[in-house]
Design a protein around this ligand. Structure first.
Ligand code: DNO
Length: 390
């Protein structure tokens, strides 16, 4: 596997020089400053590529070329936006950047309720608390029908939380779910968004009446347009699974399990229509057996995210060590090295350890925590390779 690292562009505090020192080979990045839906221009792509190559690295993967909301809900301007998307793909291919990761999650990209959850060893990690998320849904968004999505017991706990939650905790929850986790990945929100809850509700409203089947129709429409372009220019498209892989806030999620992935890969049956195998996202679905999925989809995978999670009996989940948890990364690496060797992989969602604290890194994208995880995963990779050569 190629050791890659998600780097947030020219303004990232973690420099390419630092990455060279810790054994990173390839860079995963995006044109972060280009608003969603606009064409990525050849000059900008080339400049970024040159910048990376001057440091002795390569631009291995685009993560992400974002799919605009309107393409997902099937808005009036979707054809124009898809045409722009195709042009961006063409420009990337012309520059020699040919692996493109994206997702098809409505409104929210990934979801956590806490970004600095303390662990007994003094480090901090990302955390999803079902009851806090339920509070956000029922009391902050006040979504119609929200209560139907929670059990009686969960509703009791949500109501109990409502009786004691402080204004600061409410503000933090809004900031965490809407701004901080989405801000750097989805382009829908930023620190300057004046009334994030109102904007969030507007976006949710755009999906009224869009159920799983309708969202699948829109996804297929997108794939039927985009994959022929990917074939023509040699682009490997790879969709990222939904994080977490279940329905949230009444929004359908359609990249959650074996059946979904099968459906996507068959919707347009081409090697250019592939998967980003995110062991972490898939592992938070108790319905998923991560190594079995790797075995099944390895040959249609173009990019791998190595991380792992622990799911608690109450439905909450947190990031696990890269050596433990439901991701079973040793097995996963073994499978990929056997069935599709050499794929770019990056570690994901490092903890905050030691000097990482108060550095204001994007959540999940610490330096030391990720470096530590990369060390662990590099060890697993070396062990797999040694085993294979015995
Ligand atoms: C979160 C990431 C996701 C991922 C996108 C890909 O940390 O794994 O935001 O980059 O879903 O489009």
């Amino acid at each position: 596997m190629e050791k890659t690292w998600r780097w947030f562009g020219y303004k990232d505090k973690i420099t390419l020089g630092m990455l060279k020192q810790i054994g990173v080979e390839g860079i995963v990045t995006s044109l972060y400053h280009v608003p969603n839906g606009e064409v990525w221009q050849p000059e900008e792509i080339q400049n970024l590529k040159n910048f990376i190559e001057q440091k002795g690295l390569r631009w291995s993967v685009v993560e992400s070329l974002p799919v605009s909301e309107s393409i997902k809900y099937g808005g009036a301007d979707r054809d124009k936006l898809i045409a722009n998307y195709k042009l961006s793909l063409q420009h990337l291919a012309e520059a020699g950047v040919t692996t493109v990761c994206y997702n098809f999650m409505p409104v929210l990209d990934w979801i956590r309720t806490e970004l600095e959850h303390p662990l007994p060893d003094g480090t901090f990690t990302l955390y999803f608390d079902k009851i806090r998320f339920g509070y956000f849904d029922c009391y902050i968004l006040k979504r119609e029908d929200a209560k139907a999505d929670y059990s009686e017991e969960e509703l009791d706990k949500i109501n109990a939380l409502a009786a004691i939650i402080t204004q600061k905790e409410i503000d933090d929850l809004i900031y965490t779910i809407i701004i901080k986790t989405q801000g750097f990945v989805s382009g829908n929100f930023s620190d300057d968004t004046p009334n994030p809850v109102a904007l969030f509700k507007q976006l949710l409203a755009l999906y009224k009446g869009i159920d799983k089947d309708k969202l699948r129709d829109n996804f297929k429409y997108f794939l039927q347009e985009v994959i022929p372009t990917a074939e023509k220019y040699g682009i490997k498209m790879c969709v990222h699974p939904d994080d977490p892989p279940f329905k949230v806030l009444g929004l359908p999620r359609i990249v959650t399990c074996e059946e979904d992935i099968d459906w996507i890969l068959n919707a347009v049956d081409s090697i250019h229509n592939g998967l980003t195998f995110c062991a972490g996202s898939l592992s938070t679905g108790l319905h998923n057996d991560v190594p079995a999925l790797a075995q099944r989809f390895a040959t249609r995978t173009h990019f791998v995210h190595l991380r792992s999670t622990e799911v608690l009996s109450n439905g909450n989940f947190l990031e696990a060590s890269h050596l433990e948890g439901r991701g079973h990364l040793f097995e996963v690496i073994k499978i990929f090295e056997k069935l599709n060797p050499g794929l770019p992989m990056r570690v994901d969602h490092g903890k905050l350890i030691l000097e990482d604290v108060n550095k204001d890194y994007n959540p999940g994208y610490s330096f030391l925590g990720r470096m530590f995880a990369l060390g662990q995963v590099s060890g697993l990779l070396a062990a797999v390779k040694n085993q294979a050569s015995i």
